[in-house]
Ligand binder design. Sequence first.
Ligand code: A2P
Length: 319
Amino acid sequence: MDGPTHVFENGDRMPLLGLGTWKSEPGELAPAIREAVGIGYRHLDCAPIYGNEAEVGEALADLFSKGGVRREELWVTSKLWNAHHLPGDVLPALKQTLRDLRLDHLDLHLMHWPVALRPGIGLPQGPEDFLAPAEAPLSETWAAMEEAVDAGLCRHIGVSNFNPHKLRALSNGARIPPAVNQVECHPYLAQRELLDLCRAQGILLTAYSPLGSPDRPARVRKDEDPVLLEAPEIQAIAGRLEVSPAQVLLAWALQRGTSVIPKSVSPARLRQNFEAQQLKLDPSDMTAIEALDRGLRYIDGSFWCPPGSPYTREWLWEA
Ligand code: A2P
């Protein structure tokens, strides 16, 4: 079954539905990728900070050698970690990702966050682990990412976790405009302003945590957060259509023209999520789901904003 795709200016096609790999435990991911490719997934979303790109590379090498899929049939996205924003660090970081994934190029390379950390830092332990925006300007990191396109190491570049102001500023000064902005997006965080801007500028919006990321780690969990998969309105629509709540969430994302990257390591749920591509919601259900927006971020970026950090949540999401 062919699902919906986004066609870039150069004719490259990205399947809108991809497999997310954040939070997949070691040992679970390679089998999940084999299963997903067997089901028909042709888009993988990766990042070095997920700590599992070598396992992705092992699964891909195995699939390529056994004829499970050809490289050119697969869309592979990865990301530049925050500790590699200094221009001289961008290409080496991308080359390490390519070694881990056992690929000679990425289809899409994203700047993971508009936040810079000192070289060598994974997750920050204190304010001394950050570089201030002026010490690692986003435009300079972007220029180095553009060079990676020139060098043939990736076909497209984009950003992640950029708000409308930051996206506009980066696009305005860019030689190669961002192809994609990957952000948290689901009915509780519909991202309407950002989606309108992306549509106007020909930028594809990719929705992460489309199921509300129920397995997100404790450090980003807040007690008061509602469970998206249990939203009564979503459950009611799912019940009426005899599909699962996850399928309603994914069909909604696809029908708005966003790319969407649900994570699963379960064969049954991988299949269920893939089959959501066939579900069509009628306009009244689309409108009812859109009305659930409450600006709720499960991943609110507060881990970038400890006391003394040069970053604040207002800077991240508003400025
Ligand atoms: P699992 O990997 O065991 O299938 P998100 O993509 O929003 O981050 O959400 C991922 C979480 O949602 C994982 O815990 C995943 O569990 C779970 N999940 C994935 N697909 C489904 C589904 N169809 N129904 C319910 N939960 C799902």
